[in-house]
Design a protein around this ligand. Structure first.
Ligand SMILES: [Fe+2]
Length: 263
C-alpha cells in the first residue's frame, strides 16, 4: 500500500468506519464561480432542449479531475488505480422534491464490497437548510444490501442517521457509494439555489456497470483536456466498465441458486 499523501490515517479510519468524509470549503471561490457559470448554462440549455455531455462544459468537465478531490480519492483507493464513472450537475430551487433513502453502489446483484466506489457530493454554494438536507446513515457500506433497502423510510430521520444541513460554499463530501443517503426536501427560503454536482470513481479490478456512452464521454473528456496534460488520463479509461442495461437480463439469469455450485 502506498503512503498517504492527502489524507491522514485518522481520516482513512473514519472513512472505513462511517463511510464518508466531509471537507468544508474544499473548492475555492474561483473554482466555484467558474463551475457555477457552467451549471447555469447547463440549466438554460436543458430548458431549451439542448443536450450536451457534462464533460463538454469546460469548467464543469474539468471538475472530474479536480486535484484536491481526485488526490484524496486516490488515498482512499489505497494507491490502486481507479476510473471516473460519471458527473451529474444541476441546481435545485425552492420546491425541489426529495430523494428517498438509497445507495448508489453499482453492482448487479449486490453481493460484496470488495472494491471501492465513491461518490463526491459538491455543494458549490454550500448548504443552508433551505432547499434540501443531506441525510446519511453511517456504516451502511459495511452491510451488503440493495440500493432501495431503506426506500420505505423516504426522507425520515432514522436511528443513528446524520443530517447535513449547513456547509460553507465549496464543500465536498466523499462518500462510499454503498452508504445509504437521502435528500430531504425543505420549503426554501430566499434566493438560495442549491448548486449540486456529484462525481464518482471506481477502483480497478472489477467491471463496473456504466452508461452506454461512457466511451464517447471519456473520449470527449480527453479531447477537452480534462486529463490535465495526461496526469489524470487514467480516469478516462473505459476498460473497467460495461453497459449495465445491455447485460441486466443475463446477470439476473446468472444469479440463481447457490454460489457454492459455481466453485
Ligand atoms: Fe444518491
Amino acid at each position: 500500500m502506498s503512503a498517504l499523501n492527502y489524507l491522514t490515517q485518522n481520516e482513512l479510519d473514519e472513512f472505513d468506519e462511517v463511510g464518508y468524509l466531509i471537507f468544508p470549503g474544499l473548492l475555492n471561490d474561483d473554482i466555484c464561480t467558474r463551475v457555477k457559470a457552467d451549471v447555469d448554462q447547463l440549466m438554460v440549455d436543458r430548458e431549451n432542449g439542448i443536450k450536451k455531455m457534462m464533460v463538454e462544459y469546460p469548467e464543469m468537465g474539468l471538475v472530474t479531475s479536480e486535484p484536491v478531490i481526485v488526490d484524496r480519492v486516490s488515498d482512499l483507493m489505497g494507491g490502486t488505480q481507479f476510473t471516473h464513472h460519471h458527473i451529474h450537475a444541476r441546481w435545485q430551487a425552492p420546491g425541489e422534491r426529495g430523494v428517498a433513502w438509497h445507495h448508489d453502489y453499482v453492482q448487479i446483484p449486490q453481493t460484496n464490497r470488495s472494491h471501492l466506489m465513491v461518490h463526491v457530493f459538491m455543494y458549490l454554494d454550500g448548504l443552508n437548510g433551505e432547499v434540501g438536507d443531506l441525510l446519511v446513515m453511517p456504516g451502511t457500506h459495511k452491510r451488503v444490501m440493495n440500493g432501495d433497502a431503506f426506500r420505505q423510510f423516504q426522507f425520515e430521520d432514522l436511528p443513528g442517521s446524520v443530517t447535513v444541513d449547513f456547509l460553507p460554499p465549496g464543500s465536498c463530501i466523499i462518500v462510499h457509494s454503498a452508504v445509504q443517503h437521502a435528500r430531504r426536501p425543505k420549503p426554501g427560503g430566499g434566493v438560495y439555489k442549491r448548486y449540486f454536482i456529484d462525481t464518482s470513481y471506481c477502483q480497478e479490478g472489477v467491471l463496473w456497470g456504466s452508461y452506454p456512452n461512457l466511451e464517447a464521454i471519456n473520449e470527449k473528456a480527453l479531447e477537452m483536456g480534462h486529463d490535465r496534460d495526461g496526469k489524470y488520463a487514467f480516469l478516462y479509461d473505459t476498460s473497467q466498465s460495461f453497459d449495465r442495461l445491455k447485460y441486466i437480463d443475463q446477470l439476473k439469469e446468472a444469479n440463481q441458486g447457490s454460489l457454492a455450485l459455481k466453485i
